[in-house]
Design a protein. Sequence first.
Length: 431
Amino acid sequence: MSRDEIYVSLDIGTSSVRVMVGEMNGRQLHVIGVGEAVSDGIKKGAIVDIDETVYAIESAVTQAERTAGLTIEKAIVGVNGNHIQLQPCHGVVAVSDPNREIGADDIERVLDAAQVLSIPPEREVVDVVPSQFIVDGLDEITDPRGMIGVRLEMEGMIITASKTVLHNLLRCVEKAGLEVADICLQPLAAGSVAISKDERSLGVALVDIGGGSTTVSVFEQGRLQAVSVLPIGGDHITNDISVGLRTSTEDAEQAKIDYGHAFIDEASDDVTFSLVTIGNGVEEAYSQYEMAHIIEPRLEEVFEMVEAEIAKLGYYDLPGGYALTGGTVMLPGILELARDVLNQGVRIAIPDHIGVREPKYTNGIGLIEFAQRNVKIQGKEVGAAVAPLEDEHGPTTVEKRAVKQETVNQDDSDRPGIKKRVKNVFRVFFE
């Protein structure tokens, strides 16, 4: 097993942080480690407590290391939020090789040329995603390496983010003792595994319902067209249950997972459970049917907001319908409710990988597969993301992270393999 073919994704969500370790064998991904930890440092998709976020990252990384049997050193970090902006870009360069063979240097130069545009000083370029390359007028090329030509063009999309938000996110990753191998837009990465090629061409909406927010992404003409984040998610359902049944948030969350149902018409009155009431400590009995009367109205509101947001973005007819993903869509009955509210084709996108066949892992898998493909096309070296676990006489993972933490503020040029844009982010803030 080559460690250079092992990638680690870091999905920092509102309710939980997930770390996934995957080995790429050609185009096939094999998940060899997963870690998950509850996150208390993020509200509505934004970091509000760095220490809590760092602790959650460390806990999730430790779990993933135990299941994979490897020490994690680098991670592909997903970014999301309403601070993200998409902008079309275009770059043109002359092929530099005397034999006119297009190489990785030419691709790097055309990507740099595409970034020569006016960007506000408070924003930072996160990524440049090619939609097609054009070689001497021949378009729709996905990978021009090895081709012969004189003129190389690239049409794509430039992704920018708020420097402050991006800095805080990367700061948490650094303080957790990890290096940033790559930065990817989460909706774009999730769409690469949750949305088919035909759906992207026809037009489809990917709806990621997380804990504290819902991300709406519209794909059309083969590419991501728009992204919007709504400040509502599964945590709001938990809060409704807590208030409605007068119980603690922890008990409400567990009851939602064990007995929740999103569609009143299919909920059972025979499935019952007990919850301790806040204040008097007395257990009260409830049924799944009663809980569905709390869950359905909130989820109906979510889908109505999604429909309104897509119309606001300028899309009224999406032949591909809707694809649902995220942890909250694991609730029974949510598919039937979505079809009833949206009146369009709706399906749940579930990753087809052993051990992670749940919608909540879509982002983690997408980050690995999308980054690996980008690295290959752009000819960049990410380097090994993992190392063998130390034996019982060697330093522990925690001890090694403590040593790495002392060098967090060092110049990023000392760290081979980190992308230039990551260096630029930290240079802006620490000069």
